[in-house]
Design a protein around this ligand. Structure first.
Ligand code: FAD
Length: 286
């Protein structure tokens, strides 16, 4: 099934994320986590590709495993570290495995990379190429608090518009912890001509260590209400996990209540976190 048909439906959607192993010895462990998350019957599951602009050899296999469990997979694909041939190979592999959905990404630029020597510079080039290849529903990433490389929001939104014009049928947001940030962004995006469905990305913060990582990969502002939770429970792992799941649940309920029908949870290979969120919403998304 195409992700665009899922998120355009009347019913609120709830999707989860998994990241593939870096080495073959971890494959079975990740596969087991993917199976457990798939058992929760999310609307779809996304499978990340590489990190820091790298490539992944297991994204397609984990995506195929998710599909075998009866859940629609959304395979991420980044391009900055790939040649045109590598991308073509990956598209053929995904097609061969029956994967119908791709989140087209640029990936982070590794320090010291001479971008003028790369085959790709922006995700829009990848989206256009996937569109030409044919047969895939294509999504892209967006940043309610602006992409860190962008000069300003107006420019960032214009680039998003071009990315949609190139082939992205929907956008998934970077994590954010204050829903007003998303509502403001959606208003600006629509005004700037970005009229595709937007999937809200929610990160349940379940450990204090995660905060450091979040600050290093995103510009997400951390509201006082959230920081007080970390202050109070950061040193108590069980309490922090419970509080983080409750905070994310509250964010999701507010999003659904305000008409944002598509929510994606950065579940980070943690079936217990995905299950807790799903259970908290059982009556809301039944
Ligand atoms: P782009 O859309 O290309 O944008 C990158 C920057 O270039 C932005 O500042 C944009 O404004 C600017 N830009 C775009 N077009 C132009 C243009 N024509 N001229 C000038 N400037 C332009 N990374 C991974 O490695 N693997 C993953 O699986 C992964 N999944 C992600 C999922 C989501 C939902 C999100 C939000 C991010 C994900 N990332 C992932 C991280 C992502 O790769 C990085 O944030 C990366 O720095 C930007 O990727 P992009 O696809 O948004 O790039």
């Amino acid at each position: 099934m195409k992700v665009i048909d899922i998120i355009k439906g009347e019913k609120p959607s709830l999707s989860f994320e998994i990241f593939p192993p870096k080495t073959s010895d971890k494959f079975e462990k990740v596969k087991a986590a993917a199976d457990e998350i798939a058992d929760l019957k999310p609307s779809f599951m996304s499978i990340t590709y590489g990190a820091g602009g790298g490539t992944s050899q297991y994204t397609a296999s984990i995506a195929a495993e998710v599909a075998a469990q009866g859940v629609t997979p959304l395979a991420h694909l980044s391009c900055i570290s790939s040649t045109k041939e590598m991308v073509k190979e990956q598209l053929n592999l995904l097609k061969e495995k029956g994967i119908e959905n791709i989140l087209a990404l640029r990936g982070d630029i590794v320090a010291g990379t001479d971008i003028s020597l790369c085959d790709y510079h922006y995700a829009s080039e990848l989206a256009a190429e996937i569109k030409d290849f044919g047969g895939f529903c294509i999504g892209g990433a967006c940043y309610p608090e602006n992409h860190p490389e962008s000069k300003n929001s107006r420019e960032d939104i214009e680039h998003l518009r071009l990315k949609c014009e190139a082939g992205c049928e929907f956008l998934t947001t970077q994590m954010f912890f204050d829903n007003n940030v998303l509502y403001n962004f959606m208003y600006r995006a629509l005004k700037g001509g970005v009229d595709v469905p937007i999937v809200a990305g929610i990160m349940p913060v379940t450990s204090a260590a995660q905060i450091k990582r979040i600050c290093s990969i995103s510009e997400a502002a951390l509201p006082q209400r959230f920081l007080r939770i970390v202050d109070r429970y950061g040193d108590d792992p069980a309490a922090m996990k419970q509080a983080g799941i409750a905070f994310a649940t509250e964010q999701i309920i507010d999003l659904y209540a305000n008409g944002i029908n598509a929510v994606h949870v950065y579940s980070m290979n943690h079936p217990d976190v995905a299950r807790a969120i799903k259970n908290n919403l059982s009556e809301i998304i039944k």
